[in-house]
Write a protein that binds this ligand. Structure first.
Ligand SMILES: *Cc1c(COP(=O)(O)O)cnc(C)c1O
Length: 434
């Protein structure tokens, strides 16, 4: 059936809902947080996406992070086309996989070896198994508001007391499955101290988003990062940086490279990547020291595998993307654009008399309708949701596609030019009056 024949988002959504739960293949796409009908996308190019009704949007989602070069970058398209013509999947090793691994190892000093997988969920889940297998310990610490994919043990929220074990956040996850997951408040070193004092000898790892992008945009304080490192080292737990969003996005070496500048010698033990390293194709990775990675099958006792892991087309896409972002000046330019967007939004807020705070790093940004930048999940959720939802729809009507929930980060690509940034700010000045 031709998609051209169906031209309305309403009709497309109704059709999708008949055969797909909620009409979408990933819940946030359904616009539940902001209300309304999701836009069905027909195509994208550079900084733009077009929906099936022919409306054009300046895209600040970028497939939730991967599209750092913008859509349809010629070098990426060429690499993908060439790889596809040579075979879609072999189930046998290729040289390109080693080449991608070498590129990542060269950019991230904490990673000596890595394994390629197909999604961030898979990478984070495997990293946890590796941490547990390598330490022989069961317990893990995560932070409220951080997302590490939807593996069962990570679908958990804080229990009632401080440093108590969590409760499942999804049906289908038995409490026993999360009984080893401690959920702590982001940016709360006292809770971290308490957790390690009580459970230190049982903790396999602490997993954290090193800039939290799944509660919009929340930075950890430097003392908090330093304390994390110190406690993990002292207690023999692994520090797992989930850089699925921040890796190759906030800086070439990920968020960890920023902390290494401020805290000499700083390194996580295990890193998780996704999004940008696949350039828009299903590809993710986890890596660490040779010693830790040596615990993985076939060398070691920790099992992990994947039919499509290191898929040649996805690998080619990731490699072509990395080749662009390592070019001199790439991140400086990207960061400059993101900064001008974010400063412009803050100025628009001031002009409109609307409390609006914003922050960014590299090509990733966040903004909140609040008086101060939130430091943890509760303060993110206490920002003005009604105002955010109004602003989101007003921007969408004006052709600017922001993430459809106040707890999601935004992304600028290399294809966003001054004209798009200025058009976005023009839309914002008007949308803030709605
Ligand atoms: C997106 C994301 C994941 C999950 O990746 P998928 O590819 O969607 O499974 C994990 N961790 C973080 C920090 C993410 O942003």
């Amino acid at each position: 059936m031709s998609t051209e024949a169906r031209s309305s988002n309403e009709a497309a959504f109704a059709r999708a809902q008949r055969v797909t739960p909620g009409g979408v293949n990933s819940p946030v796409r359904a616009f539940r947080a902001v209300g309304g009908t999701p836009r069905f996308i027909r195509r994208a190019e550079g900084p733009f996406m077009w929906d099936i009704e022919g409306r054009r949007y300046i895209d600040y989602i970028g497939s939730w992070g991967p599209m750092i070069l913008g859509h349809g970058h010629p070098a990426v398209l060429e690499a993908v086309t060439r790889a596809a013509s040579q075979g879609l999947s072999f189930g046998a090793p290729t040289e390109a996989e080693a080449e991608l691994a070498e590129a990542i190892v060269a950019l991230v000093p904490s990673v000596e070896q890595l394994r390629l997988v197909s999604s961030g969920t898979e990478a984070a889940m495997s990293a946890l198994r590796l941490a547990r297998g390598a330490t022989g310990r069961a317990k893990i610490i995560k932070f409220e508001g951080c997302y590490h994919g939807h593996a069962d043990a990570l679908l958990v929220k804080a229990g009632s007391g401080l440093a108590t074990f969590g409760h499942p956040t999804s049906a289908g996850v038995p409490p026993e499955v999360v009984q080893h997951t401690l959920v702590l408040e982001y940016n709360n070193p006292a809770q971290l101290d308490e957790a390690f004092t009580t459970h230190g000898h049982d903790i396999a790892c602490v997993v954290i988003e090193p800039i939290a992008g799944n509660m919009n945009f929340v930075r950890p304080s430097l003392p908090f990062v330093a304390r994390l490192r110190e406690l993990c080292t002292r207690h023999g737990a692994l520090l797992v940086f989930d850089e699925v969003m921040t890796g190759f996005r906030v800086a070439l070496g990920g968020a960890q490279s920023l902390y290494a500048q401020a805290l000499p010698g700083f390194r996580p033990d295990v890193s998780v990547f996704g999004k940008v390293i696949g350039g828009g194709m299903p590809l993710a990775a986890f890596g660490g020291t040779r010693e830790v990675m040596g615990k993985l099958a076939p060398l070691g006792p920790v099992y992990q595998a994947g039919t499509l892991s290191g898929n040649p087309v996805a690998t080619a896409c990731g490699l072509a993307t990395l080749r662009e972002i390592v070019k001199p000046g790439f991140f400086e330019t990207l960061a400059g654009k993101t900064r001008s967007l974010i400063d412009g939004l803050a100025a628009a807020g001031r002009e409109a008399g609307v409390p609006l705070v914003s922050d960014c790093e590299g090509g990733m940004f966040g903004f909140f309708f609040a008086d101060a930048l939130p430091q943890n999940y509760d303060s993110v959720m206490a920002t003005d949701k009604a105002r955010f939802n109004r602003f989101f729809h007003a921007m969408l009507e004006r052709g600017v596609y922001l993430a459809p929930a106040l707890y999601e980060a935004g992304f600028v690509s290399a294809a966003h030019g001054d004209a798009e940034i200025e058009a976005t700010l023009e839309a914002a000045r008007s949308a803030l009056r709605v």
